[in-house]
Design a protein around this ligand. Structure first.
Ligand code: HAM
Length: 419
């Protein structure tokens, strides 16, 4: 038997209802906050991700599904959505006439990481981006929106981590200080960090290898190097979060795994995911639109790990099992033909209705109704057909009432309300 690819997964009925609920909540909130959906391709030119995420990152160096297509083009299955959204923003001139755009994407991403709980090779993200707003209030709004979604989904124990990565003005001083330290601990660093430390020292701060973490325990904090503008922005972000009642942790090691960030970065972490503690991450990337060939416009955004969110949502997936409001049990061919007609018409009226389409006994049909958790069963056999009166049984109270065919649609609809 052919099995699915390692690190990929099926989301089956029973679980998918929870995914649908999360998606509905997210879409509802996005609408409230003025976001509009964009649907972008799953594959892009490899160059797009190399230039935006950065050549020295784990994603670009080790994790992308990149191949040469039959026409000889280098293409990559998207490892994240931001780069593509920026490309679309530039390509379709979405900045004109109004540079301010709030856009979101929900869909699958691909990274060839080592699979484990909370880490997959095809995973889903709920991604939101705000273009054209320089104010840190945009970052605060994104964090608020993220936490609101978690709250609506009854997630508890989420912690907000924030940091600032500074800008082109303040990064060089910090970089120099970090490089000085890296030079003194160079022999203790892992292979990746030893290679990256000169070209991209910030990447070393993001390394999860214990020896590297220890070697960098005294690393300088970029927050101590922020220029006046970045300092002011960071203070304003913190003041906005406080005014919204959001508690946060200042996390000087939060540099994130992608190169495009400037100024504010943030992550929502939870203890419930084991090693994969980040349920969402994001930050500001004020230079990326320009670097990818667009106008000099700022942007900020986040992505939620949908799979991780579904894992921690504090609700039982079973709660979402859809139950039929009416199950129709019919005995005999003629009854079944009429029942089938009712089944289709009630479905069209907006009721959740099911029936057995094959030739089954009453006992077996009642068993199916029970197994599906039907609220009511509408019964019809030869006697009911003759008298033109069906029987409607409330499965909870066991009460049965006669329902004349003439008023059947209306009666069933009326009695189903409230189930
Ligand atoms: P990221 O931190 O690489 O950021 O990914 C965001 C979230 O996606 C993570 O916090 C995690 O929950 C989830 N995630 C990442 N990799 C996996 C995986 N292999 N399996 C399951 N879940 C995963 C970004 O992707 C940025 N584009 C976020 C952003 C948007 N920044 C600005 N705008």
């Amino acid at each position: 038997m052919i099995q699915l690819i390692r690190g990929f997964k099926d989301i089956l009925p029973g679980e998918v209802e929870l995914w649908q609920k999360i998606e509905r909540e997210a879409r509802g909130l996005f609408e409230n906050f003025g976001f509009r959906e964009v649907r972008i391709p799953i594959m892009e030119k490899t160059e797009l991700f190399k230039r935006s995420i950065g050549e020295d990152t784990d994603i670009v160096e080790k994790e992308m599904y990149t191949f040469t297509d039959r026409g000889g083009d280098q293409v990559t299955l998207r490892p994240e959505a931001t780069a593509s959204i920026v490309r679309a923003y530039i390509q379709h001139k979405l900045y004109s006439p109004d540079p301010v755009q709030r856009l979101y994407v929900i869909g699958p991403m691909f990274r060839r990481e080592r699979p484990q709980k909370g880490r997959y090779r095809q995973f889903y993200q709920i991604d939101a981006e705000i273009f054209g707003v320089r104010s840190p209030l945009a970052d605060a709004q994104l964090i608020y929106l993220l936490l609101l979604l978690l709250e609506r989904l009854k997630v508890v124990g989420a912690q907000t981590h924030i940091n600032s990565l500074g800008c082109q003005a303040c990064r060089p001083d910090f970089r120099a200080a970090l490089q000085k330290l890296l030079a003194s601990v160079g022999d203790r660093l892992c292979e990746d960090c030893a290679r990256r430390k000169d070209r991209n020292p910030l990447r070393v701060l993001d390394c999860k290898v214990p020896a590297c973490r220890e070697a960098l325990s005294d690393a300088p904090s970029i927050v101590d190097y922020l220029c006046g503008d970045c300092r002011k922005d960071f203070d304003e972000l913190q003041a906005a979060l406080t005014s919204l009642g959001i508690t946060y942790i200042l996390d000087k090691r939060l540099v994130r795994g992608l190169d495009y960030y400037t100024r504010a970065t943030f992550e929502i972490q939870t203890g419930e995911l084991g090693a994969q503690s980040a349920v969402a991450g994001g930050g500001r990337y004020d230079k990326l639109v320009k670097e990818l060939g667009g106008p000099d416009l700022p942007a900020t955004g986040f992505a939620i790990g949908f799979d991780r969110l579904a894992e921690i949502v504090g609700l039982q997936a079973g709660d979402y099992q859809p139950r039929p409001e009416v199950f129709i049990a019919a005995l005999g061919e003629r009854s079944r033909a009429l029942a089938f007609e009712w089944c289709c018409r009630l479905g069209r009226e907006g009721l959740r209705v099911e029936m057995e389409l094959g030739d089954k006994g009453l006992k077996s049909q009642m068993k199916s109704a029970d197994r599906l958790g039907a609220a009511q069963v509408l019964m019809i056999g030869d006697k009911e057909l003759e008298e033109k009166v069906a029987i409607l049984r409330n499965m909870q109270t066991k009460e049965q009432i006669p329902v004349p065919f003439g008023t059947l649609m209306e009666t069933v609809r009326r009695l189903t309300k409230g189930h």
